[in-house]
Ligand binder design. Sequence first.
Ligand code: HEC
Length: 196
Amino acid sequence: MMFIRSFMFFLGVLATFLLGWAGIVGIPDSMISRLEPPAGLKRYTAEQLYGRSIYIREGCMYCHSQQARPRGFGADQERFWGRPSIPADFTYDRPHLLGTMRTGPDLVNIAVRQPSEEWQYLHLYNARLVTSESIMPPYPWLFEEKPTAGPGEKALALPDSVAPRNAVVVPTREGRALIAYLLSLDRTYDAPRSPK
Ligand code: HEC
């Protein structure tokens, strides 16, 4: 008798576990694991992938999501953050960086909204240089000070109040890769550009 009871209990635990697994892992996986990448979706370059690893290391995801929601699920469409995201948008994203926190704006289409490399560098160096009341932290360790910019390097156009004396500020390899990654974030390939 005791044995049968324990066995039934064990079966119950197993069934609960398997049902949970099926609902959260098994069924969703079978629905999205064989998606074809959309024709317009570009693979990341090595540089962009390196930048993506910096994005992960620096924890940008703790404040920024990468998923545009459909109408009826918040104001993303009214904000022109891009057409609602679809699973295939993330074919090349491993691990995905969908995020849940939105202390800052969603970045799934940031390359469309803010394509200026110069703006991106200034904002990363110190967000308040371009967005006066920003609460985004500055990332000075992705930049270095040098007497002059080397060949092919572009010094930041800093206002005198923050510019170092007798030196210029240029992005490091990590900083350049991170911005290359941000400027690759564009999931509008199959949708008309949103009116500005
Ligand atoms: C503590 C939260 C926080 C963290 C961490 C953070 N951000 Fe932000 N970010 C913000 C806020 C708030 C804004 C909106 C104000 C502004 O433009 O600075 C913003 C704005 C932005 C924008 C401009 C978005 C737009 O629509 O104009 C970009 C690009 C950006 N962040 C990139 C990054 C990157 C890259 C990292 C990691 C290196 C990062 N953020 C880390 C809070 C954060």
